[in-house]
Structure formats: structure tokens, C-alpha cells
Design a protein around this ligand. Sequence first.
Ligand code: ADP
Ligand code: ADP
Length: 229
Amino acid sequence: MSLLRFDGVSKQYPGGHQALAEVNFAVEPGEMLFVTGHSGAGKSTLLKLIQLAERPNRGAVLFDERNLHNVRGRKVALHRRDVGVVYQNHQLLTDRTIFENVALPLILRGMPRAEIGKRVRSQLERLGLGGREKSLPSQLSAGEQQRVGIARALIGEPRMLVADEPTGNLDPTLSAEIMELFASLPQRGTSVLVASHDLNLVKRMKKRVLVLNHGQLVDDISPEDLADE
Ligand code: ADP
Ligand code: ADP
């Protein structure tokens, strides 16, 4: 059973921009894949449809075999718990500590303090951020800040993690490190979908790659195809 399925999905923004055209693909639980393509190809739109930040004009997005068309109102917030989001510029709260930034999603859902403390410390440890709990984001390097953003996205144990150009502000070495970190996550059962315009970086990861071109899914490259290159 697929975790995510795009079934003939088209998205046209008001004003006429066709961002996605008849897109079909499926993602299995625990699968890691990239989506790549030029600026304006439709990558962000694809991720927004998964988070219910946008709705398709045609076709269906299914999550856990459920048509997201029927997820409305208060159910939207519940769906978003299943989808962790990592942003290009991490969007950390600058006046809050690393601990508080990562704890926030759990505080919002009313988890007991002691449980939050345990979970946040273990998540930070796992991402190589142990001992940084009391620091402010500005005291961390760019790569560490992005790892905090990833910790925050993972803390609620989402079924899927989506990241939009997560290495957009990082140098090539740090970018490779962050991509390796994403690649290690599916071992924990979380599906991971990373959007990046950097095709060379993406290809080196030897994972499945969806290629968008002007809103059309023009290629779906398997890891086996990349192994020969
Ligand atoms: P990418 O992430 O690959 O750069 P986007 O999904 O952001 O691509 O954009 C796809 C196309 O849709 C582009 O032509 C873009 O200008 C257009 N677009 C994106 N968001 C909006 C919006 N809110 N309103 C109108 N057009 C949009
Ligand atoms: P990206 O390429 O990473 O998607 P953009 O700079 O294209 O980033 O888009 C930034 C924001 O502006 C997004 O929220 C997108 O939906 C919106 N946007 C993009 N293109 C348009 C457009 N033509 N009209 C209105 N909003 C747009």
C-alpha cells in the first residue's frame, strides 16, 4: 500500500500559470526520493499539495489511500502532523533556544513536559546536536541550524518528511552532509521527499529521482539507473 499517490494531478494558479500537468507517481512507506527540475518547474507546488497548502484543480492526491480532497477544516491540522516540513531557510524562532524550537510542535499538541524533554533530547542527540539545547539559533553554524530545522520537522514522528530546497543556502560540502542525513532517515520508516534544483547533487545520492519540466513529470529515475553512472 502506497503512503502517497498522485493520480493525474494538475494545478493551475489563478492567473493561468499551469504549475503541474497530469502528474502521476506513488511513494512507498520508508522510501526516499528527490524531485528536481528548473526554477518554476513545479517542485514547490508539488510539496504544497502534500501539505494541503494548495489544492489541485484536477486529479487526486492520496495519503495513506485517503483522498486529501476530503480532508477539510479541522482535519487539515491532523493531516499536517503526518507530514513534517523542512524549509530552505529553516525558519527557526531567533529568540528561542534550540530546545524550545524543536519542542514547539509537541507543546502545541499538549504533550506532558517530561515526555517532551525526553523526546527532544533524544532527537537532538540523533542529529548530532547534543549539548546545543540551550544555544540560540544565531550561535549555530548554517549546517547546524538546518539540522535543527530537520529535528523540528521529525519531532512529531511524521509518516513523511518533505523538504523544499533544504540546501539552498549551504555550501557544497554542507549540502552533501545534509543530503546524507536525509538519506539515512528512511531506515526509521519515514518516507522522505526532497525538492532540489541541483541535479548533480541529487544524482550522487543514488536514490529515486522525479524530474519535473514545466509542470510535467518527464522522468522517474530508479536508483538502479543511477548506479551505472
Ligand atoms: P519550483 O518550486 O520548481 O520553482 P513552483 O511550484 O514554485 O516551481 O512554481 C511553478 C509555477 O507556478 C511557476 O510558473 C510559478 O511562477 C507558478 N506559481 C507558483 N506559485 C504561484 C502562485 N501562488 N500564484 C501564481 N503562480 C504561482
Ligand atoms: P520557489 O522557486 O522556491 O518555489 P518562488 O520564488 O518561485 O520560490 O516562490 C516563492 C513564493 O511565491 C511561493 O509561495 C510561490 O507560491 C509564490 N509565487 C511564485 N510564483 C508566483 C507567481 N507567479 N505569482 C504569485 N505567487 C507566486
